[in-house]
Design a protein around this ligand. Structure first.
Ligand code: M6R
Length: 615
């Protein structure tokens, strides 16, 4: 959560910072702010509750000069979202300003100590403690900003990416990271700083990913220097070339990123598959798996840790690995796993599944499993993010930047990678026969075109959404491979429309939830032709018998459910294990159109952020 941006060079920093904040707004939008050292040497901070637009409005007619600055967009953790708690924060003397992404766990202890030294605090944030601590160290030790930040990082416990400027040195930004991401863009005589690469790409494609425990010294016109915070030794700087384009970060004519991302899926999945399934469909190539073949052949168990939508994809992964690789799989919420006392063996493989690659709980869960000797494998979207950097091996889903807070194309990318992985491991183990492999692999290649066909029905789904916009509760039912799809459909609706929805295994409903069903409670039932189709048909009848309305997602040509359900959406036939890739599309569209009808902020729903880097 929270996004930070920084700039030092010869251009007006404000413009670059604001543009960067817009790019990072998906990480939190409770408030935003900028700090710039002006041409006359003032350290000006402007901040405002709400979105970046509010900040721009507030900053009009202010002194926006200066070619150095830092900025922040906030997802509130400590203290309510208001102007005072917004970042950047000043030090007591007003000399230093700081932005922070993360949480400082020992902030109350530090605050007490600083209070005894005469410091007072204006905000309720943990962040203000960091800036006061840095100033306190600087003044009492009479040291440089770099030394003060290095010393402060030794005293701070928690997660942080920080950027700090000192009014008395308008040629320097100091940045540090521990568990929260930080990327430095290297331009011609200028540097950029951001929580991810999206604010940087329009200026340079050369970036340096800061590692945990490192401090960067960014001096105007000088070579970038990175140090290990503990040893103060200079780190080797590795410049990475970004493979991202600005077009991927724009709405491209769509009213919302979410809709764009839903419609992008035929292409993003084609990219995800590209080069990974041989032309004859007889083999799958995922180098991250092949290079560790022995690990997968000897795996006693696979543990998949994830959160939210990624957790739903993980549940589908469990079916895939168990069906095709005959390896037992457990799927854990990362937040639960990290604080449990799990039995993890050396032959276990832990898969961390995460779009952003930055989810704090998932990262901590993988570190725990790693410490216990498991082989850790990442499946992520954001290249160079923290999870891929912490794992032994992995596989990117390659679906491009996902900006809408509700995950859509990442979900289908994750399921596609899990499907390819299960085929590859199954082939290596001999647990999947060549015929099955060829059928499923060629079906994976058909998915982009089939999704394109389903997207062609968007108007039908838009009409359906009108009928259900004012429902207060929804039930989503599915079985087998599509039970996780039901969970995902319910989550999509909840998070962007704020309608209560519950995902349920269709047959479990009769053990309690069925009591909720009446004329006002629509059920969305995924009733495709799978091995439990007949059972799902029974479940639909049970709903209908209680007066419930049923929207059914069925296999093309189905007549049985069509006669029974109130509304039907057809998806093409495909290998059962891939059906969640198709059923996801109408569920995403239904949630989207209902949310739009309700006038919700689809891309930035209330209380949420795209990247959950706090607990
Ligand atoms: O980046 P991650 O995949 O680790 O994120 C996990 C969840 O925070 C994320 O899927 C969240 O549930 C989305 N808002 C769902 O649409």
């Amino acid at each position: 959560m929270c996004g930070i941006v920084g700039y030092i060079g010869s251009k007006r920093a404000y413009d670059i910072l604001i543009q960067g904040l817009h790019r990072l707004e998906y990480r939190g939008y409770d408030s935003s702010g900028v700090a710039m050292i002006s041409e006359s040497g003032e350290l000006n901070i402007y901040k405002s509750k709400g979105k970046v637009e509010a900040l721009e409005h507030f900053a009009q007619n202010k002194d926006l000069s200066g070619a150095i600055g830092i900025a922040h967009t906030r997802w509130a953790t400590h203290g309510e979202p208001n102007d005072i708690n917004a970042h950047p924060h000043y030090s007591q003397s007003g000399r230093i300003a700081l932005v922070h992404n993360g949480t400082i766990e020992n902030y109350t202890v530090l605050k007490e100590a600083l209070t005894q030294h005469g410091y007072s605090f204006v905000s309720q944030t943990d962040t203000e403690v960091a800036v006061q601590l840095i100033e306190y160290i600087m003044l009492t030790n009479n040291c440089s900003l770099f030394d003060a930040v290095a010393e402060a990082t030794k005293r701070i416990v928690g997660a942080y990416a920080i950027a700090v400027v000192d009014r008395q040195n308008p040629n320097q930004i100091i940045a540090a990271r521990q568990s929260s991401p930080l990327v430095i863009g290297v331009g011609e005589g200028e540097y950029f700083l951001a929580s991810d690469a999206t604010p940087i790409i329009e200026y340079t494609n050369k970036v340096v990913y800061l590692n945990d425990g490192e401090i960067a010294v960014i001096n105007r016109g000088e070579e970038l220097k990175v140090y290990d915070a503990k040893s103060a030794e200079c780190s080797k700087i590795e410049i990475t070339e970004l493979q991202m384009s600005i077009e991927q970060l724009e709405k491209g004519g769509y009213p919302h990123f979410m809709l764009k991302e839903i419609f992008e899926q035929p292409r993003t999945l084609a990219d995800c598959i590209s080069g990974r399934i041989s032309a004859d469909g007889k083999s799958v190539v995922l180098s991250g798996v092949i290079e560790h073949k022995e690990r997968f052949l000897n795996a006693g168990r696979i543990i998949i840790v994830a959160c939210g939508t990624s957790w739903h994809a993980a549940l589908i992964g469990k079916h895939l690995f168990e069906d095709y690789c005959r390896i037992p799989v457990v799927v854990e919420y990362a937040s639960e796993f990290r604080y449990s006392n799990p039995v993890v063996g050396k032959n276990d493989i832990l898969i961390a599944l995460s779009q952003s690659g930055e989810t704090a709980d998932t990262l901590a869960a993988l570190e725990l499993a790693k410490a216990k000797g498991a082989f850790v494998f990442g499946i992520c979207n954001v290249i160079g993010s923290s999870i891929p950097r912490a794992t032994d091996s992995g596989c990117y889903i390659h679906v491009g930047p996902e900006i809408g807070v509700a995950s859509t194309k990442a979900f289908t990318g994750q399921v596609t990678v899990l499907a390819m992985m299960s085929l590859l491991i199954g082939q290596m183990k001999g647990t999947v026969d060549q015929q099955t492999l060829a059928t499923v692999a060629s079906d994976i290649r058909r998915v982009p075109a089939l999704i394109d066909d389903i997207l062609g029905m968007h108007e039908q789904i838009e009409d359906l959404a009108k009928i259900f916009t004012y429902a207060h509760n929804f039930l989503y039912l599915g079985r087998g491979y599509n039970y996780p799809s039901a969970l995902e459909g319910a989550l999509k609706l909840k998070e962007i429309s704020y309608i209560h929805a519950e995902g349920y295994p269709a047959a479990e409903m009769k053990h309690g939830t069925i009591a909720l069903i009446d004329n006002d409670m629509p059920s969305v039932v995924i009733a495709i032709k799978d091995n439990v189709y007949d059972k799902t048909v029974n479940n639909i009848q049970q709903v209908k018998a209680r007066g419930g309305k049923v929207v059914a997602i069925v296999t093309e040509g189905d007549t049985i459910v069509r006669d029974m359900a109130d509304y039907v959406i057809e998806v093409p036939e495909i290998s059962e294990c891939l059906t969640p890739l198709l059923t996801a599309i109408p569920l995403q569209l239904l949630a989207y159109y209902i949310a739009v009808n309700k006038g919700r902020n689809v891309d930035q729903p209330r209380n949420l952020a795209k990247s959950v880097t706090v607990e």
